[in-house]
Design a protein around this ligand. Structure first.
Ligand code: ATP
Ligand code: MG
Ligand code: MG
Length: 375
């Protein structure tokens, strides 16, 4: 059996490793720190900084293929790994998608629809950009943002200097605020041979900029579902992705799809595929990066997922048995020791008679986690 190398240490790597090990692969992971969610289930955990190119080279020499679960692996690390093993998706995909300016530029250049945006290199450039983009607008750091960190909304009358300080005064992208109808995503995969598959349209609801609920098979009017899936496939072809990629979309009130951002890896909104689809997004990543035929993505039943954030650990350990009293609810915990507020600790997937029923069950199960503890 082959050995698969993962750069990164979070829950995405953990679920990838679980899928890979089930299929008989060995999994090595490299990230700073030990005892990580990925490291706990990998065959070998290398504790090293991504900047330590010697360690990355040594890591890559001992595996047959390298993939990643962490978006901010520096280009130097993927370049160095690529000298010893194939890196899938290739480092250039990571390089583009880890910076909002490069990502939005690549999308716009390839003709994919995005919200109006402009690069903002300095505070001095912000007022002009606001003039052209209009308000309300959203200012986002170009790098290192996730779960809405590093972004701020700017309304008419707000002080641009304050907004610039709020995101830390670093290179940014300004985009028009979209008063969207809904948010959705398409998780797709592309194999070494160029074959593609996707998991359909997933509806996403956020709370405080963090994904809260995902529901499979969102019904969309006209040809919009097909359009979303074609955009996801088109993006993978344009970037020559081998692996899994998620496209996050806004659906505007006048029925247009806008690409919000890309993630060149399995995505939180695709976690429901673990239980709900013939092949999960994690098995699909294994299949894609190993050059296997992609798995069928059929959904087995209507399904919904809710995230479990660290907040649920107040005042104490959640009541898992209460949530699992519903025999159509599945629990996933990521093995994180420190349940900080806003931190993704796990998720629940629920099945139902239809998608609304599945979402209701997922939300009810989550509510039951804390209902007794609080009383
Ligand atoms: P993640 O990578 O965790 O999905 P992120 O920090 O990269 O998040 P975005 O996806 O850009 O951030 O934004 C997070 C959420 O904030 C979006 O899903 C959406 O709900 C809201 N948001 C972001 N940009 C806009 C916008 N231009 N107009 C309206 N809402 C927005
Ligand atoms: Mg993001
Ligand atoms: Mg996002």
């Amino acid at each position: 059996g082959a050995t698969l190398g993962v750069l990164g240490s979070g829950q995405l790597g953990r679920m990838f490793a679980l899928a890979a090990r089930r299929m008989g692969y060995r999994v090595h992971t490299l990230a700073p720190g030990a005892g990580s969610p990925t490291g706990q289930v990998a065959d070998r955990e290398v504790d090293a900084a991504y900047e330590d190119v010697e360690a990355v080279a040594d890591f890559a020499r001992q595996v047959d293929v390298v993939t990643f679960e962490f978006e901010n692996v520096p280009a130097a690390a993927t370049e160095c790994a690529a000298r010893h093993a194939p890196v899938r998706p290739r480092g250039e995909v990571l390089h583009i998608t880890q910076n909002r300016r490069r990502e939005k530029r690549a999308l716009a250049d390839a003709g994919f629809p995005t919200a109006p945006f402009e690069h903002v290199a300095s505070m001095e450039a912000l007022p002009g950009a606001l003039e052209r983009i209009g308000m309300p607008a959203v200012l986002k750091t170009a790098g290192f943002g996730y779960d809405g960190k590093g972004q701020t909304r700017i309304e008419p009358g707000d002080d641009p200097a304050e907004a610039w300080q709020a995101i830390g005064g670093v290179e940014a992208v300004l985009e028009a605020f979209i008063d969207f109808e809904a948010e959705l995503s398409v998780v797709a995969a592309r194999g070494v041979d160029g074959a593609m598959a996707d998991f359909g349209v997933i509806e996403n609801r956020h709370r405080h900029h963090i994904l809260d609920v995902s529901i499979a098979d969102m019904p969309l009017p006209g040809g919009l579902a097909t359009e979303a899936r074609e955009i996801a496939r088109g993006v993978m072809e344009a970037l020559d992705v081998v692996g899994v990629l998620c496209v996050e979309f806004f659906l505007t009130r006048d029925g247009r799809l806008l690409v919000n951002e890309l993630a060149p890896r399995p995505h939180n909104s695709g976690h429901l595929t673990f239980d709900a689809c013939l092949t999960s997004q994690f098995e699909q990543q294994v299949r894609a990066v190993c050059g296997l035929t992609l798995g069928a993505t059929d959904r087995l039943a209507p399904a919904a997922m809710v995230n479990l954030l660290g907040d649920l650990w107040q005042p104490g350990e959640p009541d898992w048995a209460a949530a699992l009293a519903d025999d159509r609810v599945k629990l996933h915990l990521y093995g994180k020791a420190d349940p900080r507020p806003g931190r993704k600790m796990g998720h629940l997937t629920a099945f139902g008679g239809d998608r609304d029923d599945a979402a209701r069950r997922a939300l009810r199960a989550r509510a039951l986690l804390t209902s007794t503890a609080a009383g």
